[in-house]
Structures are given as structure tokens and as C-alpha cells.
Design a protein. Structure first.
Length: 303
């Protein structure tokens, strides 16, 4: 598996930005006049408007065949739920077929008709396996004496925790040695971000920008750990393993901040992942419980 981008069609028209597919439809006659992507039309008013596919939370485009010339003549696609769409008429110089894919985003160029499609997808796609569900992960540690501002919005808190997980699991994205397996898993991760939060982001930069935008527009409350304690921001996560072997996580709940003693092991907590690498430092009594699990620091609190 690897993430690919392909451009199909001519160079006429104006560019439209690549978006995650939340809904898709077309206007078509002899050729494809317009694509209607997430409710926004790119192209002209010619032809007939075809039915719109509203994508379900776990649904994605898994196959496409496109007939092209200077413009897009015909498009056939299917989704992971078995739905199919066929618009336009065969023509153009040649066709291209993409099978066993997961489409991550669609952009292109359009004028009076649909001139070009640009498709970003995972080739030879196989979904990651769910290997753990509802387990705890520490996404931040608030040291004794430090004061922080915490969002009062459950959505923003969960989105922020999602970013913290992303930055730990996919820190490779900013390096020059990008792992193909991690890149594929990030494609799945970003797709879950979009379906969970109703967004259209395709990169770490876009996710970071979205979190920062929402954080600046929400109310906050102050938190300072009590004397002799530290604060832990804990979130419940599902853990997946990509076909390339990378374990990655996605939150299933809003995070909660709990105050715990600096001098005693955690009480009344199940086993947990430490995504910060700081838990043993701030709670020395827990250092002996640290191990590694699925490639991350892990503290065994129960047998």
C-alpha cells in the first residue's frame, strides 16, 4: 500500500481544491458537465443532475474508471458499501481504472464542463485491524504548579486530544524518512477525523490549523494540579494495526483531566498507554510498572 495522487483530463478551466468526499454527485450528458462535491458544484449547468451519494461514516470510494480527453467524458465509481454510479458517455482518448483503493480526496479543474480530476488515494488498500478497544491513553501531563486553560467544549477537547495522538503516532510526517506504512495509516486516521468531526482535512497541517481555529473561539476554564499532585489528561481510544504493522490510535471519548499523587502509583485505573513519555518522570512510584506495548510506553496497573 502507498498513497498516490493522479491527475486525469485536460488543462482547461480553473482549479478547485482537493476535498475529502463526504458527498458526491454529477451533472452529465454526452460528457461530465460538473462534479458536485460536498454540496459544491464545480463545472457548468449542462446535462442532467444525477443522484447524490451521501457517504456513510465508514464508506469510501474503492474503485473508479474514468474516460478522458481534453475533458472528462465518463466516470464510473463504486463505494465500499457496494453502491455504484455511472455518468457521462464513453469517449476520449483513453480510460484509466483504479481498483482496490481508498479515495482520500478529490480536486481538479472545471469551467463550463469538468476538465480534470485530481484523485488522492491509497492503492492496494486493506483496512487496518482493530486490535484493542476502549483502552486508556495519557495525552498530556500537567506538572505540579503549572496552570493551563482547558476548553469547556467537548468537541474541541476531543479534537485537541486527537491532534495530540496524531503528533505522537505520526511524528514521522515532518521527517525526510517517511514510512510507507505510517503514511497509509495516516490516510485512514485523517478519514476518521473527517467523518468524526465533519471536516475536510487531508494533512497534519490542516488538522493543526483546524484545532487552533476552534481552540481560539471556545470558552476555557483554568486548571492547576492540587499540592503534591499532577494532572493527567486521559482519553479512551481504539487501537488499530495497519497492514504494514503500525499501531495507531483514535479517541472514542472526550478526554478527562484527573489529579493524582506524585508519590503513589495510580489507584483505580486500568492499564494505560503513555503518549507523552513523561508519566514515570512526574510519578516516580510508577517507574517500575513501565513496559512497552504495541510500540508505545505502557503502564500495567492490573494483571
Amino acid at each position: 500500500m502507498s498513497i498516490q495522487t493522479i491527475a486525469i483530463g485536460g488543462d482547461g478551466g480553473k482549479s478547485f481544491e482537493e476535498k475529502t468526499v463526504r458527498s458526491i454527485g454529477f451533472r452529465s450528458g454526452e460528457r461530465v458537465d460538473a462534479i458536485i462535491l460536498n454540496g459544491e458544484r464545480h463545472g457548468g449547468n449542462g446535462g442532467k443532475e444525477r443522484p447524490i451519494f451521501e457517504m456513510q461514516s465508514d464508506e469510501y470510494i474503492d474503485e473508479m474508471t474514468i474516460w478522458r480527453g481534453g475533458r472528462i467524458h465518463r466516470i464510473k465509481l463504486t463505494t465500499s458499501r457496494g453502491r455504484a454510479m455511472d455518468v457521462g458517455q464513453s469517449g476520449g482518448k483513453q480510460s484509466i481504472t483504479l481498483k482496490d483503493i481508498r479515495v482520500l480526496g478529490i480536486g481538479g479543474k472545471s469551467g463550463e464542463e469538468l476538465d480534470k480530476l485530481r484523485i488522492r488515494y491509497i492503492e492496494n488498500y486493506k483496512a487496518s485491524d482493530l486490535i484493542e478497544t476502549g483502552v486508556s491513553a495519557v495525552v498530556s501531563v500537567i506538572p505540579q504548579g503549572q496552570r493551563i486553560e482547558v476548553s469547556t467544549s467537548q468537541r474541541v477537547s476531543k479534537l485537541s486530544a486527537t491532534r495530540q495522538l496524531m503528533e505522537t503516532v505520526f511524528r514521522f510526517e515532518t521527517s525526510t524518512e517517511t514510512s510507507a506504512g505510517a503514511s497509509n495509516a495516516f490516510g485512514e486516521f485523517s478519514a476518521k477525523v473527517n467523518t468524526t468531526f465533519g471536516l475536510e482535512v487531508t494533512s497534519q497541517t490542516e488538522i493543526n490549523e483546524q484545532v487552533e481555529t476552534e481552540e481560539t473561539s471556545t470558552e476555557t476554564m483554568s486548571y492547576t494540579p492540587p499540592r503534591g499532585q499532577v494532572g493527567l489528561e486521559i482519553v479512551q481510544v481504539d487501537v488499530f494495526r495497519s497492514q504494514d504493522g503500525l499501531a495507531w490510535m483514535f479517541p472514542t471519548t472526550e478526554p478527562a483531566i484527573v489529579s493524582v499523587s506524585q508519590s503513589e502509583p495510580l489507584a483505580n485505573h486500568a492499564n494505560l498507554y503513555d503518549m507523552t513519555g513523561l508519566l514515570g518522570l512526574h510519578i516516580p512510584a510508577m517507574a517500575g510498572q513501565k513496559t512497552s506495548h504495541n510500540g508505545y510506553d505502557y503502564f500495567r496497573m492490573t494483571d
